[in-house]
Design a protein. Structure first.
Length: 423
């Protein structure tokens, strides 16, 4: 036994032993580097860039729902899931929208002309104040007053030319429920953000992001109520202010209503971007090179180069290597328009005649037998997903009000380009 063992060791070439030791050393040092190195990485690579970015993904996205199914067509419907003690709400008047409120809710209304926005985490909603009774009379009186003010401030000839605006009188009320689904007015990009001149009226806010310097809020929420409709052979549900409330999140996400959270859509969009191979032709990085920052910027300000922390919420990143099409890392700012993307995916040649970008007609539901006269397809969830994904590109580094093209450039691109500052 002893003899054969010695014999084996004897036969083993010395270099083989060294190779094995070498492999073990390499392996253990690789493990060591992987474990130790991250604590020396600049934290700005792995942490979100701004409280705004965190709020957009962690607070707003999971609570904003998107659907096209409810209208049975083209129109995008957005609903916020608002919760008592959690969501910040603002009830703000404008030139043409006025709010009447019972005395106990009066303090939550930001009156027309007040510069400081009042926010509250108490669940309240607005509704058309055309009901009978005291509130109704109060609304009619206010509307008539505004109309006569408008008439007296416009000369007769001007009044003939201009149409009198519809003065909406909304009533603030407290629903019985602890949560509600509210109609959202947005074109797919969230912009309800305040970073100055606001006050939160109640202390009972159950989520910590409200302590950040700026906050996301829902402006003038009205309940998203639905009523069944039937048109020809199709039937479904649509928004109807006099319809019934949505009972639960499950109902909102049911196949009939078809709402998906924006977060889910963005993740799906990421998958579609991968599966469709968009990254063969597009890069997703604004390099520090002048041509990138200028091309992705605006007339007055260059775009900031991409930084690692912009991608922290992505599961897969697609920096890309070839630019057959333009870079898409700032496309949410360059092209925020949903209609533009609709026509571009349906037929890229409408946007630019010589493009080799293929059309993506499976992002649309059209008549498979081709008997429909409408040449434009109705966008389906795939379009919605890729659109929402594209809209995250460049829009979430800072609050919209701080955006670099308005002069506050977070990474000081201009200085980098002019050589005054090193990257
Ligand atoms: C064969 C190459 C190719 C593929 C694949 C491709 N594109 Fe494009 N894309 C282009 C070209 C070229 C342009 C520039 C001309 C134009 O607007 O069509 C472009 C333009 C765009 C634009 C407008 C960008 C801007 O700044 O004007 C967007 C957005 C876009 N593509 C998204 C996508 C997405 C999303 C996919 C995958 C679903 C995709 N593309 C797949 C080549 C491609």
């Amino acid at each position: 036994m002893k003899e054969s063992h010695e014999g084996f060791m004897h036969k083993l070439d010395k270099s083989a032993v060294l190779t094995v030791i070498g492999i073990l050393l390499l392996f253990s040092s690789a493990v060591g580097v992987t474990l130790i190195a991250p604590s020396y990485v600049d934290p700005s690579w792995t942490e979100v860039a701004s409280p705004y970015q965190r709020q957009m993904y962690e607070v707003a996205d999971p609570n904003l729902y998107v659907s096209t199914a409810a209208t049975g067509g083209d129109e995008l419907q957005l609903a916020y899931h608002i919760k008592d003690g959690y969501t910040l709400l603002a009830f703000a008047e404008s030139e043409t929208v006025r709010i009447i409120a019972p005395p106990e809710l009066e303090k939550y209304v930001t009156r027309h002309g007040e510069s400081r926005l009042k926010l509250s985490s108490k669940l309240m909603l607005l509704r058309e104040a055309n009901a009978e009774g005291d509130r109704g009379r109060q609304a009619t009186a206010l509307q008539e007053k505004l109309q006569s003010q408008w008439r007296s401030s416009h000369s007769q000839s001007a009044a003939k030319e201009l149409r009198m605006p519809r003065f909406d009188i909304l009533e603030l009320y407290e629903p019985e429920a602890k949560e509600a689904f509210a109609l959202a007015e947005t074109d797919g990009i969230l912009e309800n953000w305040v970073d100055s001149e606001f006050v939160i009226l109640d202390e009972e806010v159950k989520q910590r992001y409200h302590e950040d310097p700026g906050v996301l809020y829902v402006s003038n929420p009205k309940e998203y109520r639905i009523a069944p409709f039937r048109f020809g052979k199709s039937s479904g549900f649509q928004y109807d202010p006099n319809g019934r409330s949505i009972a639960s999140l499950d109902e909102l996400k049911s196949p009939e209503l078809g709402f998906m959270s924006r977060e889910e859509l963005i993740q799906l969009g990421e998958d579609i971007y991968r599966i469709e191979g968009c990254w063969y032709c597009h890069t997703d990085q604004t390099r520090t090179l002048v041509q990138d920052t200028i091309l992705n910027g605006s007339e007055t300000n260059a775009a900031p180069p991409s930084s690692a922390n912009e991608y922290v919420y992505q599961r897969v990143t697609f920096p890309g290597t070839r630019r057959i099409g333009p870079d898409i890392s700032r496309v949410g700012i360059k092209r925020p328009n949903r209609d533009w993307h609709k026509s571009h995916f349906w037929s890229p040649k409408t946007a630019s005649a010589g493009t080799i970008m293929p059309s993506f007609r499976h992002f649309f539901d059209d008549d498979p037998r081709g008997t429909s006269k409408s040449p434009v397809g109705i966008p389906n969830y795939k379009f919605e997903a890729i659109f929402q994904y594209l809209m995250t590109k460049g829009t979430r580094i800072t609050a919209p009000t701080q955006a670099w093209w308005q002069g506050r450039d977070p990474v000081q691109t201009t200085k980098i380009i002019e050589g005054q500052k090193k990257v």
